[in-house]
Design a protein around this ligand. Structure first.
Ligand SMILES: [Mg+2]
Length: 389
């Protein structure tokens, strides 16, 4: 079966009238941000994004010659869209749509001059995911079966949130909180961070899994200070403390803080970046983002590297996307999936979910539907081709 058309599309899901009133605005409206650029406080304020930051998804629709369609998604649309149009569409039109491994290799080789650890890999992800959705629909199988799963009935999740009271009420038993400080904040920052983590531990109780998410806001020395200061609070992991390029920093950190597992990977892209992390013993939990790392085909390669090294893979926001849910249901060494809990407290997850067909966690567990592909329930009339750039 050949690829007939690849398009960038807009998806407009008709609005539903909310039936439940929110109790308050979510933690995102008040929490200081942690990203590398937040070294400069003008970028730390709630509601301020760095230029070029794009949280709206870019959707790709791939149609096979029999008219069946698959949908894939990535981010950073203004940049990735042009790569899809200029590079990947001409490269893939007319190819065998089942040949996901071959098509991954074509895109990977084309990316060698475009950037295999950046926007080109993110753009490739949307194409690869649409191909898997299409393959599932053509074979009338959910993607988790095409991957060799399921290996579990339901996926245990954890909530990424500072609204811990709301997460507890929803039945989550594992939690990751945001980081309020940058390494430039020094001792005052350490004190403020400890206060936040201590309160979080008190709120979730001594038996709950609790993690901290600095999102590349630390340097090596500050990471070690944080790990030492937070030892009493029994964190399950410290996530992405350093920027991805700092390989020696990751190595030294792992050696310096053996009591604290290190998780990272959402800003690493492609198999080679993860091979370097794993071969150099830099990481305990591997976290590729399936919509950024090169897609599902690439995520499976990364998973295999981690599995062989005895490491868990926990893809970035896996429980918040159909892609991550199917991956997590299928893969054995993938025991916990992240749910990004950023909707207003009080609104049930089923009401805040704006992606029809995607399951949401119930009492801390989620199970994707076994509908073909990724199980999207997106009506054709909600999809419109994006105007040419
Ligand atoms: Mg993260």
């Amino acid at each position: 079966m050949k690829i007939k058309q690849i398009e960038i599309v807009d998806i407009h899901v008709p609005g539903r009238s909310a039936t439940t009133k929110s109790r308050r605005s979510s933690w995102l409206s008040t929490t200081q941000k942690a990203l590398p650029l937040n070294k400069y406080s003008e970028f730390s304020q709630p509601g301020v994004n760095m230029p070029g930051y794009d949280e709206s998804p870019l959707w790709v629709r791939i149609t096979s010659e029999d008219g069946t369609c698959g949908l894939g998604r990535c981010g950073y649309g203004s940049v990735t869209g042009s790569m899809i149009e200029q590079v990947f569409i001409p490269l893939l039109i007319g190819r065998d749509c089942f040949a996901t491994e071959f098509l991954n290799d074509l895109m990977w080789r084309a990316n060698q001059r475009l950037g295999v650890e950046g926007h080109a890999t993110i753009a490739q992800s949307a194409i690869d995911l649409a191909l898997w959705d299409l393959k599932g629909k053509l074979l009338e199988q959910p993607v988790f079966r095409l991957l060799g799963g399921p290996c579990r009935e339901k996926i245990q999740t954890y909530a990424s949130t500072d609204d811990l009271d709301w997460a507890l009420e929803l039945g989550f038993t594992a939690f990751k909180i945001s980081n309020p400080v940058h390494y430039d904040d020094g001792i005052e920052g350490l004190n403020r961070l400890e206060e936040k983590v201590a309160l979080a531990r008190e709120t979730v109780g001594p038996d709950a899994e609790l993690m901290l998410n600095p999102v590349m806001s630390y340097n090596l020395a500050f990471s070690i200070q944080v790990a030492e200061r937070l030892q009493p609070y029994q964190l399950s992991w410290l996530e992405e403390p350093l920027p991805p390029a700092n390989l020696s920093g990751h190595q030294k950190l792992k050696e310096a803080v053996p009591w604290l597992p290190i998780a990272t990977g959402e800003d690493h892209h492609g198999r080679h970046a993860f091979a370097r992390l794993i071969e150099n013993h830099c990481v305990d939990i591997v976290q590729p983002d399936i919509c950024w790392c090169g897609g599902l085909t690439e995520a499976v390669k990364i998973y295999t590297l981690a599995e062989a090294a005895g490491l868990q893979t926990s893809p970035h926001i896996a429980a918040s996307t159909p892609y991550g849910q199917h991956f997590s249901l299928a893969m054995p060494e993938c025991s916990r999936a992240e749910f990004w809990l950023a909707s207003d407290p009080g609104i049930p997850l089923s009401e805040s979910n704006n992606l029809p067909g995607m399951a949401v966690p119930v009492d801390g567990f989620v199970t994707p539907s076994d509908a073909p592909g990724f199980g999207f329930e997106i009506q054709p009339e909600w999809i419109t081709p994006k105007a040419a750039r």
